[in-house]
Write a protein that binds this ligand. Structure first.
Ligand SMILES: [Zn+2]
Length: 408
């Protein structure tokens, strides 16, 4: 089944589940609803020339933003930090542009989606347009004639008006307490070796400038899978890394495997979260859903999840590349599965089966501090590789990456 069909099915499913049809208007916030420091997006204009579409946002001040493209359907997503639309944003269609949508995101941010008629490259520039408080964000769209474009994530910033923060990594040592996980022939417990690797990784991360780590459990006790997700969300983790050891009924399988969430796992989780929102879940994917109708909510969650799935895959790929230097991979691709701990809709997540505890040689390795230290080092390497290009806007690492790319 092609991706686009699956995506369409998923949206249809969400819409049916929510008993909705047709498009709903996006919410427009009244001017009194936002903080005095928020940047106002006062309007949006178009200019068209030579197959290019230029979208110009008029702003009351400089704004942190990030821009990325998604496909199936093709769209450009622009997240403005600490910003509000002071009026509904409308644009007429162009050969490239189908429509514009926007909605508040989280407590203080604004998400704008440009729906496209076809694949397009997108870039953004923030310019000071004269007048003390007048800025423009210019987004250029140009059609792509061949191939599928790589999703681009660019972050442009001008005059940071917020202190930069550390990226936060949630480390999840598998199992614990009454749940030992897999047990090796020599009596090695999975819960014990993965906790040790996790502790080492936590120390390494906390030593890195611009990075912070915490664990879902820091000793031998039981935590439910949902409890692990809740801890990651509560601490606003930017990344979630679950550490396990593999087991097989046979003694021969060996090596390391990296998993990310399968598309089916993601869509069923979106459905579950949306179904539960009447009860206690009013924030899904960093989106405050309490003041949104169901279709808007499902579109926002869907958008956030596609972006998270793509980011998780990049994380998985970097981890695999780094782990490969320590232990042979069991699987040479990043595997996809519906593990519950990978289901945060807004936190890029990966699960690492470090080695087979059921393989006698690998059980021996898992028992040595040396191997655990190398594995922790490899995980740190993969995480740093990932953040080099995908650190969230507003973090020390994102700013450092931007400076290096511009001036390096
Ligand atoms: Zn496990």
């Amino acid at each position: 089944m092609s991706h686009s069909t699956e995506d369409a099915d998923r949206r249809d499913f969400l819409r049916r589940m929510l008993g909705l049809s047709g498009m709903a208007a996006m919410t427009v916030i009244s001017p009194s609803a936002f903080a005095s420091t928020a940047v106002a997006v006062k309007g949006v204009r178009l200019s068209e020339s030579g197959g290019k579409t230029r979208v110009i946002f008029d702003l009351s001040g400089p704004v942190h933003h990030s821009l990325f493209t998604l496909s199936h359907p093709d769209r450009v997503v622009i997240d403005f930090d600490n910003a509000r639309a002071t009026r509904a944003l409308h644009l007429s269609p162009t050969p490239l542009l189908r429509d514009i949508r926007h909605a508040p995101r989280g407590h203080s941010d604004l998400r704008v989606v440009l729906d496209l008629k076809s694949d397009a490259d997108a870039s953004s520039t923030l310019i000071k347009a004269g007048g003390a408080r007048h800025y423009q964000l210019v987004v250029d769209l140009s059609s792509v004639s061949v191939g599928k474009p790589q999703p681009v994530i660019t972050a442009a910033q001008a005059q940071p008006h917020r202190p930069l923060r550390d990226v936060v990594v949630c480390i999840d040592p598998g199992h614990g307490g009454k749940d030992p996980g897999a047990i090796g022939k020599r009596g090695t417990y999975e819960k014990t070796v993965v906790l040790d690797i996790a502790r080492r990784l936590e120390k390494l991360i906390n030593r890195e400038p611009g990075m912070q780590a915490f664990m879902t459990r820091d000793s031998d006790y039981f935590v439910t899978l949902r409890g692990r997700l809740a801890k990651a969300r509560k601490r606003r983790a930017d990344l979630f890394v679950s550490i396990h050891a593999d087991a097989s009924p046979y003694r021969y399988p060996k090596g390391s495997t990296v998993y990310v969430l399968s598309e089916h796992g993601a869509s069923s989780e979106a459905a579950r979260l949306l179904a539960e929102r009447q009860n206690d879940v009013d924030r899904v994917a960093g989106v405050n859903l309490s003041n949104k109708d169901n279709l808007v909510a499902s579109v926002l969650v869907d958008l956030a999840q596609s972006a998270t799935r793509e980011a998780s895959f990049k994380l998985g790929d970097k981890l695999k590349g780094s782990i490969d230097r320590v232990i042979r991979m069991h699987s040479n691709t990043v595997e996809r599965a519906a593990f519950v701990v990978l289901k945060s809709p807004d936190i890029p997540s990966a699960l690492i089966e470090t080695a087979f505890i059921s393989n006698p040689a690998e059980e021996r390795r898992l028992r040595t501090p040396r191997f655990r230290a190398s594995m922790a080092g490899a995980l740190l390497g993969g995480i740093k590789d990932y953040f080099e290009h995908h650190a969230p806007p507003g973090t020390i690492l994102a700013e450092r990456g931007r400076v290096l790319r511009e001036f390096g």
